[in-house]
Design a protein around this ligand. Structure first.
Ligand code: MF3
Ligand code: CO
Length: 254
């Protein structure tokens, strides 16, 4: 899954992955508009699945190692992999929605943390810094750099702002499978990791905690929460490495 040979994509395959990413981006836009007080996470998940299928895609997450839903929805101290349920969104929540689309056999994977109403300024800063860290990581996704260079800039930005980087979960290659080699850590590693080459496609996905970086998995077998109960944010894009620099496949632009 994470070890092994990195599969290089052709320009044609990357174009198909961009189509996949376009559906996913629009789906996340729609979910953001619906992420309001009173809606349940299960209702949001239903909207996601309908949107993806209506646009000819397949929700990648559904059935993945038995995962029961189309999106992961993680609220406040939930870090990632929250399972949609009857719980309703409330004013003051931060809601991380992670979703995947399979289109013409290719996967795209993206996540955003949405802010619901008014939140404390330090939590707003956590969300903003996590988003900034993702874009700094993407900026380091250049031909000739190594995987390590991505995590380095992500970690520096987050720690400079007083936040911490989750260690137990990492980004990954993306292609016909949601999880392909290589692993893409969001923190400094001892080794350089693979050198970035044109045609590699990776998901960069910083998971950043307000407090300590420790997380634990709940008894549901999926949901990760912070050990200290403080909030966590998550942003993710699927990005192709090209001679012309990083090409974000899940931001809907260009
Ligand atoms: N997007 C998640 C990741 O990158 C995958 C969610 S796990 C699933 O690891 F089982 F829900 F698909
Ligand atoms: Co991912």
């Amino acid at each position: 899954m994470s070890k092994g040979k990195i599969i290089i994509k052709t320009a044609e395959e990357i174009a198909v992955m961009k189509e996949s990413g376009d559906i996913l981006c629009a789906c996340l836009d729609m979910l953001g508009q619906n992420c309001r007080p009173g809606i349940s996470t299960l209702e949001l998940d239903k909207l996601a699945e309908e949107y993806i299928r209506d646009h000819g895609g397949v929700p990648t997450f559904k059935g993945y190692y038995g995962y029961p839903a189309s999106a992961c929805i993680s609220i406040n101290e939930e870090v990632v992999h929250g399972i949609p349920c009857k719980r309703k969104i409330r004013e003051g929540d931060i809601v991380s929605i992670d979703c995947g689309v399979t289109w013409k056999g290719f996967v795209s994977d993206s996540a955003r943390t949405f802010v619901v109403g008014t939140i404390p300024s330090e939590v707003q800063k956590l969300v903003d810094v996590t988003r900034e860290a993702l874009y700094l990581g993407i900026g380091a996704a250049q031909v000739g750099n190594c995987i390590r260079d991505i995590g380095l800039v992500v970690q520096q930005h987050c720690e400079k702002n007083g936040f911490s980087v989750v260690r137990d979960l990492v980004g990954h290659g993306v292609g016909r499978e949601m999880h392909e080699p290589p692993q893409v850590p969001n923190y400094e590693t001892s080794g350089k990791g693979p050198r970035l080459k044109p045609g590699m496609v990776i998901a960069i996905e910083p998971m950043i905690n307000l407090g300590d970086y420790y997380v634990k998995q709940l008894a549901d077998g999926w949901t990760y929460v912070t050990l200290d109960g403080k909030p966590s944010a998550h942003f993710e894009h699927t990005v192709a490495i090209t001679e012309n620099g990083p090409y974000i496949l899940t931001n809907g632009l260009h």
